[in-house]
Ligand binder design. Structure first.
Ligand code: ADP
Ligand code: MG
Length: 238
């Protein structure tokens, strides 16, 4: 676990600023959901926490460390994407082991980590399968497995459920929350789905056009939206 502190962060692509000074303090072990309409800057903010995108101004701290200049693989964060990004030619085992191999992990340690993650996610019987032989939900679990094996302090999720059908989405919400609790990590979860935000978050960060409109617990936002944007976004069913 680690705190994540985002301090007055700005991001420009070329001459266009898309994140206009965002500050959010995320506590150790918290499950924070970033929510807002498409294009408001959720993925960009997440990618800046992961180090996949440089920040143009401000600071990001993970634990007590300013990570602005720290490359992604030294940040102790792991990211789960919407499109799973599994390697089609690798078996489940190798998909999960790959990032550890890249980091030069000891083979015995690597094997133990992959098997532990498979056990946690119910993937043990599927380790020899290829991604094409898996259902959508199973693929999503493999994607989470790839994050878990690294035992990161911070989990970043970018709309991980948006390719799944409605029933599976509900089930996976619960699984992700259980995982978060079981592994005692800090999680930052991006979605444009209000229901997902309301049901999963310890606190919700509502974004709009590159700024934070409001931060609060789900019911706090629901009962006391600061403005009509938050009211419309949190109040209206998905
Ligand atoms: P969200 O995830 O909330 O849908 P994004 O973070 O993907 O939003 O995008 C925020 C804004 O930044 C959008 O206007 C998008 O077009 C722009 N943007 C994102 N990535 C790039 C990029 N690599 N180059 C230029 N503009 C980008
Ligand atoms: Mg996005």
């Amino acid at each position: 676990m680690a705190e994540v502190r985002i301090r007055d962060v700005r991001k420009s692509f070329g001459h266009v600023e898309v994140i206009h000074g965002v500050s959010v303090d995320i506590a150790d072990g918290e499950f924070v959901v970033l929510v807002g309409p498409s294009g408001c800057g959720k993925s960009t903010l997440l990618r800046m926490i992961a180090g996949l995108e440089r920040i143009s101004d401000g600071q990001i701290l993970i634990g007590d460390r300013v990570v602005n200049q720290v490359p992604p693989k030294e940040r102790d964060v792991a990211m789960v994407f919407q499109n799973y990004a599994l390697y089609p030619h690798m078996k489940v085992y190798d998909n999960m082991a790959f990032s550890l191999k890249l980091r030069g992990a000891d083979v015995g340690d690597l094997d133990a980590r992959v098997r532990r993650a498979a056990d946690i996610l119910g993937l043990t019987a599927l380790l020899d399968r290829f991604p094409r032989q898996l259902s959508g939900g199973q693929r999503q679990r493999v994607a989470m497995g790839r994050a878990i094996v690294r035992d990161p302090q911070v989990f970043l999720f970018d709309e991980p459920l948006s390719n799944l059908d409605a029933k599976l989405r509900v089930q996976m919400r619960t699984e992700i929350k259980e995982l978060h609790q079981r592994l005692t990590t800090t999680s930052v979860y991006v979605t444009h789905d209000q229901i997902e935000a309301m049901t999963m978050a310890d606190r919700i960060v509502v974004m709009h056009d590159g700024i934070v409109e409001q931060i609060g617990e789900p019911l706090e936002l629901y009962d006391n939206p600061r403005n009509t944007f938050v009211a419309g976004f949190i109040g209206s069913p998905a």
